[in-house]
Write a protein that binds this ligand. Structure first.
Ligand code: FA5
Length: 344
């Protein structure tokens, strides 16, 4: 039996060396050391030996088993190491390969233009205020000197939610909120950017949802010439010194006098083209001196204080600056359009 054990051991150790995968090694281990394996079968023969021979033979079987287990473990470690080395060689990283480009998002052109406008006004000492898009009829209309059934309300076709709640039609609603919160204190010098909504038919220059920036200044001695100066400074900083500004008399119930402001068309330099509808000018905002009734309603002494306000359409400001000829481009999420402004 001793010879058979030694022969089995030699055979197993030799077979282990020929193995080249861990799967084969595991099968071989079952063949020799498993429950029905060759060594186990031999061990069973010990019971047939004379009792005095059994301990020595038992010891011998254990030595053979240990030698085999050792050989299997060593081979397994070698195979694993080889597999890892092969895998590493295959997966070698080429650090000289060019990186994979990620598509980076960029800010929307309207956000970019709002930031530019804010910078210009902050440079002139304005603060940025905020107000809700879903607004009370009171702030949107009544506090703006447009009582219920006032014909001036027709100028801004409105999305009503209830009789008293609406989607704000202009950022002028924020004028009333800011003045009310300042409780008669001066100076007030704010701008407020944000979305507004009107039941306008969409076309190349009109959208049912668009963006305005409101401006409001209230203090002692504020006059129309301050308004002109601020708006001219804005236009020149936004579009360049060579651009001309035109003030046309206009009506808004919350200012007196009221004016609309046009900027000479960048596309044609004022000669007349498709973008400016062959007038040479593009209207960008409405403005005027805050109506005394608005000041009083919002808690300011109209005998003592005066103010000016303006509201500009941001899409139009950007159309004029970048020669965009269709307002819908802002809202269509067409990456070919948006990518042109990725550096704003
Ligand atoms: C107003 O909304 C006034 N609240 C502006 C104002 C503020 C006047 C303070 C006086 C004092 P108006 O409806 O004209 O005014 O709109 C102002 C600007 O918004 C317009 O000059 C235009 O640039 C833009 N705008 C108006 N309607 C649309 C529209 N449907 N789509 C895109 N832009 C528009």
């Amino acid at each position: 039996m001793r010879e058979r054990l030694l022969a089995l051991k030699d055979k197993a150790l030799e077979a282990v060396q020929r193995i080249s995968t861990t799967k084969e090694l595991s099968d071989l281990s079952v063949k020799y050391l498993g429950k029905k394996g060759d060594l186990t079968q031999l061990m069973r023969q010990i019971g047939k030996l004379a009792p005095e021979e059994r301990p020595a033979m038992g010891q011998h079987v254990n030595d053979v088993r240990r030698a085999m287990e050792q050989a299997f473990a060593t081979r397994e470690a070698e195979l694993k190491e080889r597999a890892l080395a092969e895998q590493l060689a295959k997966e070698e990283i080429d650090v000289t390969l060019p990186g994979r480009a990620f598509d980076l998002g960029s800010i929307h052109p309207l956000t970019g233009i709002i930031e530019q406008i804010e910078d210009i006004f902050i440079g002139m000492g304005f603060e940025v205020a905020d107000g809700p898009l879903v607004e009370w009829d009171y702030y949107n209309f009544e506090a703006m000197n447009m009582p219920k059934h006032h014909p001036a309300r027709d100028m801004q076709d409105t999305f009503y939610i209830t009789e008293d709640i609406l989607l704000r039609t202009h950022t002028s609603a924020v004028q009333a909120r800011v003045m009310e919160s300042r409780k008669g204190e001066v100076p007030v010098k704010i701008i407020c950017p944000g979305f507004v909504f009107r039941r306008d038919d969409d076309d190349a220059t009109h959208s049912h949802m668009f963006t305005q920036i409101e401006g409001l200044v209230v203090d002692e001695g504020v006059s129309m010439s301050h308004l002109n100066g601020v708006l001219e400074t804005f236009v020149h900083k936004m579009y360049g010194e060579e651009r001309r500004v035109r003030f046309r008399p206009s009506f808004f119930s919350f200012v007196e006098p009221g004016t609309e402001v046009d900027v000479s068309c960048a596309n044609c330099g004022g000669e007349g083209c498709r973008i400016c509808k062959h007038t040479g000018w593009l209207e960008i905002l409405g403005a005027g001196m805050v109506h005394p009734r608005v000041l009083e309603m919002c808690g300011y002494d109209a005998e003592k204080y005066t103010g000016f306000a303006f509201g500009m359409g941001i899409e139009r400001v950007a159309m004029l600056k970048y020669g965009i000829d269709n307002i819908r481009d802002y809202f269509n999420s067409d990456l070919r359009f948006l990518r042109q402004f990725s550096t704003l």
